[in-house]
Design a protein around this ligand. Structure first.
Ligand code: UGB
Length: 609
């Protein structure tokens, strides 16, 4: 520590509390003297100095082991990065074996019924702390409508899906439920970027029908940025009393579930599983019951949901890694690391498609199911700390200076790296159409993906795939659906068939759905729209060419028999650059010319017509 810092700091010491002084000691103890080098004498900027120490204390408390540990980890990772240490040195990748489930197959139906027996013992965790920079939306992603036909937003779809599962599983809930038990809990990880807006969305919508106590928000803190290989923390250019901070990644969710006490609470309430999912995948609940069935049947302590992956697609690849010393693990290799790893080991061409047009490595969609008891025990040992990485952009080949401050990051799918080799880790593959349709990319990036023959993962594809999945599920149940036609918006082309929305209340599993709709349902035009809401709706025979909405409140049992609906229906029209942001993201608006509406808002038994 230089003399002048010692002097200016010593002079300031008297104005701080014991805790504030302890924070200063912590920072000095891990080589952060520079933070105080321009502090003026006491009497000047004292409130700003306290503000700085308060922010440092938040960062300290938000990181397992505190700032000192963060700096120590950073020094090691920055050193490795400078020396070009390959994190996969000694590891050889191979295509792993996993459980491949064909939706609607006999095996799938059995897995779903097994999963439905377990789902009352599950807790759900939504990671929604990301800014969604790739999408470029100004709000939070979970408030985006997943489709414009009903305008249900992602958070609404998720909560209503959980409530539907809860309603089906009421008889399967742990026997020792107490009056305080809130059913199937949902935790949402937010960040400073998303917290207030997420809370506001919930409050404004009365928690979308969930009990307030059922939903817990846990906020991740950002981590300090680093200016050099000595892991010096960065101050903001415009404010010498504020640390520059950035998100630490979705891996924070593990430490937060541990420190918040949620895992203990869930365990005490008899929960057995924790199901993680991301902010914009409208299809996730179609595959949760089956995947939970796989976890139960195979005894997986960790189960990643996967889809077939196109080479170079921005989703991680599940890979079996074998070390020269004999160690073996099946883990996610992130999309930017797979290509160099393959080139350096088993395939000079890197991340390329096989003769079936897909990467041989299944794609991780970060929908993860963990077994609570083992998870809780493991986190008690590790504090939830997840292997981190750093990705500095260097100014030149000397690798001594960064273009801009960097930070450590971690990913939630890396949790199994902390498990013993004997842990039962597995994965479950479903087809893309039924399990994965995220909205991550801006319209402009979508065009690039489209031109490269890759999934666009835009709001345009997200909406059409949501309808397409429901239509295909009905088809598998025996319905006749008009074939999709090409639909173009925002300079990409997506298949567009009947616009089918099956509200989560309608059916939770394929078997349940098949008992309510399938044979006898005929949708004769790709432009038709069919919206069905309510557990009591049963479609025995219906022919549709146009738009039909059927809504039944809880307790209303509606049988649709010999109904023929033909009307002008809805048009999906391109929108202009002056349209509201939500419309511009998908590139179209819906013009509802004519709709047949069958609404039953009183319990009872009805037959239509
Ligand atoms: N998220 C947080 O909650 N906090 C954070 O600090 C960061 C993110 P992205 P990413 O399914 O397509 C992941 O940015 O990280 C939330 C997997 O790593 O959308 O590029 C955020 O709100 C990858 O293996 O994705 O890639 C969102 O809900 C692959 O599975 C979630 O974390 C890929 O997702 C994911 O954040 C995919």
């Amino acid at each position: 520590m230089s003399m002048s810092i010692t002097n200016s700091l010593s002079a300031n010491r008297g104005i701080f509390t014991a805790d504030e002084n302890a924070m200063i000691d912590k920072l000095l103890g891990c080589g952060q003297d520079h933070l105080f080098s321009s502090w003026p004498a006491p009497g000047t900027d004292d409130d700003d100095k306290r503000r700085f120490l308060a922010q440092a204390a938040v960062c300290d408390a938000g990181y397992p082991g505190g700032i000192a540990q963060y700096v120590a980890n950073a020094k090691k990772l920055l050193q490795d990065s400078k020396e070009g240490v390959n994190p996969f040195d000694g590891w050889t990748p191979a295509v792993p074996d996993g459980i491949v489930v064909e939706y609607a197959s006999k095996e799938h139906v059995e897995l779903e019924s097994e999963g439905m027996r377990e789902v009352g013992s599950a807790a759900f965790v939504l990671v929604a702390g990301g800014l969604g920079e790739r999408l470029g939306y100004s709000g939070i992603k979970v408030e985006l409508p997943c489709e414009r036909s009903t305008d249900s937003c992602y958070l609404q779809l998720y909560i209503q899906s959980i409530l539907a599962l809860q309603q089906r599983s009421a008889g399967e809930m742990p026997a020792h439920r107490s009056a305080k038990d809130v059913g199937i809990p949902l935790a949402i990880m937010t960040s400073d970027d998303t917290h207030a807006k997420t809370l506001d969305l919930l409050e404004r919508n009365d928690y979308f029908g969930a009990k307030k106590e059922q939903v817990t928000l846990v906020k991740q803190e950002k981590v300090p940025c680093l200016t050099n290989n000595d892991a010096h923390l960065a101050l903001k250019d415009a404010d010498p009393y504020a640390l520059q901070t950035k998100p630490h990644g979705h891996g924070d969710v593990h430490a937060l579930l541990h420190t918040s006490g949620l895992l203990d609470r869930w365990s005490a309430a008899g929960k057995k599983w924790v199901v993680f999912f991301q902010d914009t995948n409208s299809l996730v609940f179609r595959v949760v019951p089956g995947a939970l069935g796989v976890s139960k049947q195979k005894g997986f302590v960790f189960n990643s949901l996967c889809v077939p992956r196109k080479a170079k697609e921005a989703i991680g690849a599940i890979t079996e890694l074998t070390h020269t010393d004999g160690r073996k693990m099946t883990v996610n290799v992130e999309y930017n690391q797979l290509d160099p790893l393959l080139r350096a080991t088993i395939n000079k061409d890197g991340d390329v498609n096989n003769d079936k047009g897909v990467s041989p490595f299944p794609g991780n969609i970060n929908q993860l199911i963990v077994s609570l008891e083992e998870y809780k025990t493991q986190l008690a040992k590790t504090g939830g700390q997840i292997e981190e990485f750093v990705n500095p952009k260097y100014k030149d080949a000397s690798k001594t200076a960064f273009k801009s401050p960097t930070r450590l990051e971690c990913m939630m799918q890396d949790y199994p790296k902390s498990l013993d080799a004997s842990a039962c880790v597995g994965f479950t593959v479903f087809d893309n159409w039924v399990g994965y349709s995220p909205v991550k990319n801006s319209p402009a990036d979508g065009v690039g993906k489209f031109e490269g023959g890759n999934p666009t993962h835009t709001a345009t594809s997200g909406e059409m795939e949501f309808y397409g999945c429901a239509a295909k599920v009905l088809e598998l149940a025996g319905a006749e659906m008009a074939a999709p036609v090409d639909f173009s918006a925002n300079d990409i082309v997506v298949p567009s068939g009947p616009k089918v929305v099956l509200h989560p209340s309608f059916a939770c599993t394929f078997e349940e759905l098949k008992g309510k709709a399938g044979k006898g349902l005929k949708v004769t035009s790709a432009s038709s729209a069919l919206i069905v809401e309510g557990a009591g709706v049963k479609i025995e025979s219906l022919e549709l060419d146009g738009a039909l909405v059927i809504k039944a409140c809880p307790g209303a049992f509606v049988t649709v028999k010999n109904l023929k609906v033909s009307n002008k229906g809805w048009r999906f029209e391109k929108c202009g650059a002056d349209a509201p942001e939500i419309d511009r993201l998908r590139g179209f608006v819906i013009e509802k010319d004519e709709t047949e509406e069958l609404v039953f808002d009183q319990p009872g038994a009805y037959t239509v017509p």
